[in-house]
Ligand binder design. Structure first.
Ligand SMILES: O=P(O)(O)OC[C@H]1O[C@](O)(CO)[C@@H](O)[C@@H]1O
Length: 437
């Protein structure tokens, strides 16, 4: 069955996960494939159980293929805060961007200064001040402020997994307090960071030696997806930062993510096992690609150095699965943990990023990176809506995707240092504004 227009509308509305729990129809038996799909989207994205349209109403429209009628029902049953946005969309679609850009007061209001010299200029978005007012009202009505507070205080807002989403704890200052099940997780975060500082300083200074007594100057980082893309992005971005560049003198950091043997060959090309430290980065320590690469490189180390005992000196790990890292032969002192409340896409601020980046650029540079992220967390937490950069970006995403129905997004970094920004971003972009926006 071809997707009719209202079908898309339903999906779009369901996709607005930050503003979910608004709609859902009652749970009767789906009567058509499309209804099934809509309901599946609805349940997946909303997690809500309240009633929006009755299944009889929906079924009646489906039976007659009356998609316009269904669209009207949906619009009529929508909370006003949403229907006003759809009405606004009709107006904005008929307004050319050139016309919008002629209003200097509008443009000025869309130039937002955040923290750390970061600015957001969104005047080229298809919005006027009235639209933004409606979007801010949407954020207010759907309890974004409330949800934000829950996120920052360790409430288990990750409903599907029954966990908090606490990447903000990863970059919280040592003295901060965020409790999960009665324990302050910031204490645990800093215990790991202190361990990383100690280990990376030993390796960088040459105090930590390889199996044959040589200092370890090269690091090969094995991981995939969330356990790779963020770290590589930051590694590339810092390459030309003067302080980071100076700290990296004489050191190399490489990545191995693909299971293609050519990638293995390229990653090992020119490396000497005697001076190489291998980091296996995997939250679960079960990911097939990472495990295959880890085994391949472990075999290379043993072959080159002639003794399985070399693993203890040449392999470290970032993982939550301590039993599995031990079974792999990694010394437990060289395993840097993180927690189930760290999502893969946000793990760059955990040991996943902190260990390789500290080895390459030194812990002080890594600490600055964490402080910068913390500043942005504070900004998101406390800035008023109209000056709140992450909130505005999230709302614009809802507007473009869920209301205007745009299907593409161009991310164009104009700076070579951001060369790995797009892969990192596309891996973590949900195409929907989420509570983390
Ligand atoms: O860190 P792990 O457990 O090896 O998982 C890696 C996988 O998890 C994700 O980070 C998130 O699902 C993927 O991007 C990646 O393929």
């Amino acid at each position: 069955m071809r997707d009719p227009l209202p079908w898309c509308m339903c999906v779009r509305m369901c996709a607005s996960t930050a503003f979910k729990r608004e709609f859902v129809w009652d749970a009767g038996k789906p009567r058509s494939i499309s209804e099934y799909v809509i309901r599946a989207f609805w349940v997946t994205h909303s997690g809500s159980r309240s009633i929006f349209l009755s299944s009889q109403t929906v079924a009646a429209h489906f039976a007659h293929r009356d998609w316009l009628g269904l669209a009207r029902e949906i619009m009529a049953a929508m909370p006003p805060v949403w229907s006003e946005l759809f009405t606004q969309a009709t107006k904005m679609k008929g307004t050319h961007l050139k016309t919008l850009m002629q209003d200097q007061a509008r443009n000025d209001s869309m130039f937002v200064k955040a923290v750390g010299g970061m600015v957001l200029d969104y005047c080229r978005e298809k919005v006027d001040q009235e639209t933004m007012g409606k979007l801010f009202a949407l954020a207010e009505k759907t309890g974004v402020e409330e949800k934000k507070k829950k996120m920052f205080s360790g409430v288990k807002i990750n409903e599907t997994e029954g966990r908090p989403a606490l990447h903000v704890a990863l970059r919280a200052p040592r003295e901060a307090k965020i409790e999960v099940d009665g324990a302050n997780v910031v204490t645990d975060v800093w215990k790991v960071l202190d361990g990383i500082k100690d280990f990376s300083e030993k390796v960088r200074s040459g105090e930590w030696k390889g199996f044959t007594g040589k200092p370890l100057t090269d690091v090969l980082c094995i991981g995939i997806g969330g356990s790779y893309l963020g770290v590589e992005f930051v590694f590339e971005a810092l390459k030309t930062d003067p302080e980071a560049a100076a700290a990296a003198t004489g050191r190399r950091l490489r990545f191995l993510a693909n299971v293609d043997p050519i990638d293995v060959k390229r990653a090992l090309d020119g490396l000497s096992a005697e001076t190489t430290l291998v980091l296996v980065v995997s939250k679960t320590f079960t990911t097939a690609e990472t495990m295959l690469n880890a085994k391949t490189v472990k075999a290379w180390l043993i072959k080159e150095l002639g003794d399985p005992a070399c693993v203890a000196k040449h392999v470290a790990a970032c993982s939550t699965a301590l039993d599995k890292t031990a079974a792999f032969g990694i010394d437990s002192n060289n395993v840097f943990g993180f927690w189930d409340w760290v999502g893969g896409r946000f793990s760059c601020w955990s040991a996943v990023g902190a260990l390789p980046l500290s080895l390459q650029y030194g812990f002080p540079v890594m600490e600055k990176f964490l402080k910068g992220a913390h500043e942005m967390d504070n900004h998101f937490f406390s800035a008023p809506a109209a000056e709140n950069l992450p909130l505005i970006m999230g709302l614009l995403s809802v507007w473009n995707c869920s209301v205007l129905g745009y299907e593409g997004l161009a991310v164009l970094p104009y700076c070579q240092a951001l060369v790995r920004f797009v892969p990192r971003t596309s891996s973590s972009w949900t195409w929907r504004a989420t509570a983390s926006a």
